[in-house]
Write a protein that binds this ligand. Sequence first.
Ligand code: ATP
Length: 357
Amino acid sequence: MSANDMDGLKALIDELQIADPESGSRNWTEVRQFNLMFSTQMSNIAGEEGKLYLRPETAQGIFVNFLNVQKTTRQKVPFGIAQIGKAFRNEIVARQFIFRMREFEQMEMQFFVRPGAEMEWYEYWKARRMAWHRAVSPAAKLRFKDHDNLAHYANAAVDIQFEFPFGFKELEGVHSRTDFDLGSHQALSGKKLQYFDPELNESYVPYVVETSVGVDRMFLSILSNALIEETVPDAQGEDSARTVLRIPPALAPVKCAVLPIVRNKEELVEKARGVFDRLKRHFPCQYDEKDAIGRRYRRQDAVGTPYCITIDFETLEDNSVTLRERDSMKQERIPVDRVADIVREKTDMLRLLDQLI
Ligand code: ATP
């Protein structure tokens, strides 16, 4: 039976009386081929359309440009090219919110190495990528899962899995793709994709270690872990429920909120507006004067704002403000002209990246 013999496959299923392991049913449809890639037509002349496919991964653009990038940026192997962009897959079942979509955003890196050095780099990138995920999510929610069946182009592959509310699922893939992609582009295009290694004084098609992560899936992992409901003491020491988005400060969409303690004192509101106008040039900030201060803190907690600045009557006297931290709810008094530096330092992406060094 050939690979595309659908009728033969159906006959075999009937002959062997294969049943659905769950329902026991043998009521099968005809065997059909799934189209996993999206196709479209290209041509501005009617009747002359040629079929083309939307990319199911961003990687191939990197492979075809490999020599351009290497030469124009004067890179030596080992080096990597990273890219972010849309990918499209005709998923059979697209579900679980944004976990599996037909159009999604990928961040991929192809790291080019000497043939034979791929396992060393594969281990390196496994560790580096896990370190990144641990910097933004708890270690207990992350694990490695080796592939049981390797794709035809790979000689090693692992998933970094995250424990989503619906179980441990793939978040990122790290694959050792050998010279399969560059080798295939070279064979089919007839154009050489070889690198001349000045240290070895020889040319070769580099081997590739790939890291591939879905932006949407990573967003879902961080969000599903961060949104928490907890009971905390309120201003009177009574138990009170709060919803808090414990998102890492570097990823929080709003870094800081400026809140005048009351809104019916013109002087106070003017001062708070002035502080807000200065801070909003530094990072995304919100100004809020509606409702009691406790409710405004809760509103900011729920959208994950790491810091709140409160302007009160003392501010008018000594130019100090209260800085309140989202997770611990600790408050401290700081001079108003230090607010921008302190909040920037605590919410800076570099601070997160420094953990990876
Ligand atoms: P899965 O086993 O979940 O179908 P995959 O093994 O097909 O994923 P890869 O081809 O390794 O995934 O793609 C790399 C990454 O791209 C995945 O780890 C995931 O984060 C993301 N990704 C893949 N398919 C989708 C999709 N349909 N929707 C959203 N993200 C996706």
